[in-house]
Write a protein that binds this ligand. Structure first.
Ligand SMILES: Cc1cc2nc3c(=O)[nH]c(=O)nc-3n(C[C@H](O)[C@H](O)[C@H](O)COP(=O)(O)OP(=O)(O)OC[C@H]3O[C@@H](n4cnc5c(N)ncnc54)[C@H](O)[C@@H]3O)c2cc1C
Ligand code: SF4
Length: 337
């Protein structure tokens, strides 16, 4: 293994300058993904780790009464216990607590969660020669190999790698905005536009340039009276990535859905905002039949391989189940803000 430099900058400006000025440098936050990829799997070629873990980008603030600003270095555990998240964003809390393990959530940060790399086993095994994400132009081993933990939405012949974050699923449903600081200044990008579909370049995963740091995530708070829920289906009860997940925030008045914000996880190459399903649920009765129609719309035109075909129905059922819960059709009490 080659030599690895480690630096701990004093501020955001210095951290940005250190990474943007060195093609081999990368940010290190909680380290829960970065060190695995670098030291255990050895699939990234970072030569300098710029440790931002102690920069003062932690905690939350409510802006203008309706936006929760989250520091990028807030841990998953701390955000799950935040009073505003608990009261107004129950499905964000559910997603956080459904992710990883207690130990990991105590270390892992919100910015790092947004930027976690795929769990695709072929990507993480450098002895596998065909991986367009790791080595562009080499092919995709997952298309013909076992692919149970892969994507059916936003996928294609060049890559079917899953975006594994739970947190990003409710965040994309809420129209969260990513605040970024880089060598050319500050900018904001909606989370729905932050990730890039694999297309022919699966190695390009998001719009961040080298040296750009996420400083905050702004989360619009939904109207009071919104009911929200995150449901994650996985092979075992804890410490496991999703096979399918759904985040929904609904306002239901007199049995009619008046507002729906929906997203899917565990089935897509990016956190998947289900716009087509939302369109189906505009001012319609909150019935199982309407929810099933919306779920079919959400999974329209999947790209499947034999190992992933089961996920289409699984994701539809997951979405219907969460919507039924929120509408009180399944006898389950949903959290309301
Ligand atoms: C065994 C295991 C199980 C897991 N299970 C789940 C799960 O079920 N659900 C789930 O959602 N997640 C899961 N995770 C992923 C976990 O949530 C992420 O590893 C974690 O959120 C990453 O945060 P971090 O602070 O440790 O980031 P790091 O590992 O330090 O960094 C991750 C990446 O983000 C970059 N980065 C970090 N912060 C910034 C920033 N502010 N600006 C720019 N770049 C930045 C780093 O350079 C690196 O490329 C699991 C991880 C492990 C190891
Ligand atoms: S799915 Fe993507 S990350 Fe996985 S082997 Fe194929 S190209 Fe690589």
């Amino acid at each position: 293994m080659s030599a690895l430099a480690y630096v701990r900058p004093e501020g955001v400006d210095e951290a940005v300058a250190l990474v943007s000025g060195d093609p081999g440098a990368a940010f290190l936050a909680g380290g829960t993904t970065q060190l695995d990829l670098l030291l255990k799997d050895q699939v990234i070629d970072t030569t300098t780790l710029v440790d931002i873990g102690r920069l003062p980008l932690t905690g939350t603030t409510v802006l203008d009464g309706d936006i929760l600003r989250v520091g990028a270095l807030t841990t998953m555990a701390d955000l799950a216990e935040d009073a505003v998240v608990t009261e107004r964003l129950p499905f964000v809390r559910e997603a956080l607590l459904a992710g990883a393990s207690i130990q990991l959530r105590n270390m892992a940060t919100i910015g790092g969660n947004l930027l976690q790399r795929t769990r695709c086993r072929y990507f993480r095994d450098r002895t596998v020669p065909s991986c367009n994400k790791r080595s562009p132009g080499t092919g995709c081993a997952a298309i013909t190999g076992p692919a149970r933990m892969h994507a059916v939405l936003g996928a294609g012949q060049h890559c079917i790698a899953l975006h594994a974050s739970d947190l990003c699923v409710p965040l994309v449903a809420l129209d969260a905005v990513v605040r970024i600081q880089g060598p050319d200044g500050r900018r904001t990008v909606p989370l729905t536009e932050f990730y890039v579909l694999p297309g022919e370049r699966p190695d390009i995963e998001n719009v961040l340039g080298h040296g750009e740091m996420i400083t905050h995530v702004d989360v619009p708070l939904p109207p009071r009276g919104t009911r929200s829920r995150y449901l994650k289906v996985r092979d075992r009860a804890s410490y496991e990535f999703a096979l399918a997940s759904a985040a929904a925030a609904l306002v239901i008045e007199d049995g009619t859905v008046t507002r729906a914000r929906l997203a899917l996880g565990g089935v897509a190459t990016v956190p998947w905002r289900a716009h087509d399903a939302e369109d189906m649920l505009r001012d319609v009765p909150a019935t199982t039949e309407m929810f099933q129609a919306a779920a079919r719309a959400a999974l329209r035109d999947p790209y499947t391989v034999p190992g992933t075909a089961f996920k289409v129905e699984l994701a539809q059922r997951t979405l219907v189940s969460v919507l039924e819960d929120l509408a009180g059709l399944a006898g389950v009490t949903a959290a309301a803000s």
